[in-house]
Design a protein around this ligand. Structure first.
Ligand SMILES: Cc1cc2nc3c(=O)[nH]c(=O)nc-3n(C[C@H](O)[C@H](O)[C@H](O)COP(=O)(O)O)c2cc1C
Length: 150
């Protein structure tokens, strides 16, 4: 039985670097800055307000490539094969498989190389764990991380 970390949150505006890198992200503030959910990169699913569920590669952490260790900790989801505006929308994020730790990359190119492999891994994991198999998210406060058995 897989286990999921589940977070509901409203998409905030980021610094738009994701778009420049070619990998836009939906940014969600986490309530608990220490938390049981550690920093890292995950494969998972994003549920939109109207019910659609979209595969995603998800980063939790402080973006050490750009901000150093004291950066603001947030969740950023890159939705696979998706284009559209999510600002202000309340999403549900299921983090299903831990792919790697957050790394401080020497260059944007190195980060992009890592992102491509994260996306390939997330595509593979979501294909094996379809949206219909996700546990119900239930109710929770925005930005609150919960652990739910699959
Ligand atoms: C799947 C994924 C993995 C990421 N991994 C890292 C990482 O290891 N190190 C890092 O500094 N930032 C990582 N990031 C965050 C990027 O630095 C961030 O998306 C980019 O700076 C854009 O930020 P913005 O949305 O505020 O514009 C990752 C983002 C995604 C979507």
């Amino acid at each position: 039985m897989p286990e999921y970390f589940v977070v509901r949150g409203t998409v905030e505006s980021g610094d738009k670097r994701g778009r420049e890198l070619g990998f836009p992200t939906a940014n969600i503030a986490l309530r608990d800055q220490a938390g049981s959910l550690g920093d890292g990169v995950w494969a998972g699913w994003v549920g939109r307000a109207a019910g659609a569920r979209i595969p995603a590669a998800i980063s939790v952490g402080r973006r050490p490539t750009y901000y150093g260790a004291d950066g603001y900790r947030l969740l950023e989801a890159h939705l696979l094969d998706f284009s559209g505006d999510l600002y202000g929308e309340t999403l549900v994020v299921w983090l299903g498989s831990h792919l790697r730790e957050q790394e401080k990359y020497a260059s944007a190119e190195d980060l992009i190389t890592a992102l491509k492999s994260d996306i390939a891994a997330a595509a593979q994991w979501t294909a094996a764990h379809p949206a219909a198999s996700l546990p119900e998210p239930g109710e929770s406060a925005l930005g609150e991380v919960r652990r739910i058995a699959g």
